[in-house]
Design a protein around this ligand. Structure first.
Ligand SMILES: *Cc1c(COP(=O)(O)O)cnc(C)c1O
Length: 223
C-alpha cells in the first residue's frame, strides 16, 4: 500500500511559515492575522482558499471588491474584507459599507471623508494609518513628520484606530522600515502593525507585525 503525502497547499505552507516564525519570535500565531490579498484574482481563484478555511482577504480597489465579494460573502458570511489600497475620498462611503477594515488612511481629507461616511452609514470601520516610512511620495502614506497631527485629527473625527500600516521601498532590506513603523506605533499607543508581504512577511513577524498582507505566495504571480 502506498501512503499518500499530505496535500500541501500554498495556504498550508504560508500558515506553517507563520507558525514557525512565531515560535522563533516567541509570539502566538493567533496574534498574526494572515490577510490573503486577492486583488486581480477571480472568484474561482478565491473560492479554494475560502474552502480551506481562510476568512480574511485584502483588496486594493473598491469597485473590484464590489463586483466580486457580495456573492462570495453569501456563501461565506463570516469572511472579513480589508481595503489595503489607496482610497479616494469620493469612494469613502462605498468603502465604509463594504469593508471591515481600512489600511490606507493617509491624509486629512480622507479623515474628513471617512468621518462623514461613518456617520452616514452608521458603520465605524477600524482603520490603519499608512505611513510613508521610505519617504516615497508616489505610494501614498502619511509623511512621518505629519503622523502626530493626522492621528490627532482621526481621533477627533472618532475614527477607530487600529494601528499603522506601511509599504516599504522595494529592493531594499525592509527590516529597518518595519522597525521604524513599530517604534512609531509604540510612541503613539497603537497596538497593531500591518506590514509584510509575500517576500518579507517572516521578517515583518519577527519585528512585530500583527497583520501580514500576502498575495503572490498564496495565489501565484499576478499578470
Ligand atoms: C498587492 C499588495 C500586497 C501583496 O503583495 P504580494 O507581494 O503579492 O504578497 C500587499 N500589500 C499591498 C498594499 C498590496 O497592494
Amino acid at each position: 500500500m502506498t501512503e499518500r503525502a499530505p496535500v500541501s497547499t500554498p495556504l498550508a505552507l504560508v500558515r506553517e511559515t507563520i507558525a514557525r516564525t512565531c515560535k522563533i519570535a516567541r509570539r502566538e500565531p493567533e496574534d498574526v492575522t494572515l490577510i490573503a490579498v486577492s486583488k486581480t484574482r477571480s472568484a474561482e481563484d478565491i473560492l479554494p482558499l475560502l474552502e480551506q478555511g481562510q476568512r480574511v482577504f485584502g483588496e486594493n480597489r473598491v469597485q473590484e471588491a464590489q463586483a466580486k465579494w457580495p456573492e462570495l460573502r453569501e456563501s461565506f458570511p463570516d469572511s472579513e474584507l480589508h481595503l489595503i489600497g489607496q482610497l479616494q475620498s469620493n469612494k469613502a462611503e462605498d468603502a465604509a459599507e463594504l469593508f471591515d477594515c481600512i489600511h490606507a488612511l493617509d491624509r486629512p481629507s480622507l479623515v474628513k471623508a471617512l468621518g462623514k461616511a461613518f456617520d452616514k452609514t452608521g458603520r465605524r470601520v477600524p482603520c490603519f494609518v499608512q505611513v510613508d516610512v521610505g519617504d516615497e511620495k508616489q505610494k501614498g502614506g502619511c509623511p512621518v513628520a505629519e503622523l502626530p497631527a493626522l492621528l490627532k485629527l482621526a481621533r477627533e473625527a472618532d475614527i477607530p484606530l487600529r494601528g499603522l500600516m506601511s509599504l516599504p521601498p522595494a529592493d531594499i532590506e525592509p527590516a529597518p522600515f518595519f522597525a521604524l513603523l513599530g517604534k512609531l506605533a509604540m510612541d503613539h499607543g497603537l497596538a497593531d502593525l500591518s506590514m509584510g508581504m509575500s517576500g518579507d512577511y517572516e521578517t515583518a513577524i519577527m519585528l512585530g507585525a500583527t497583520h501580514v498582507r500576502v498575495g503572490t505566495a498564496l495565489f501565484g504571480p499576478r499578470n
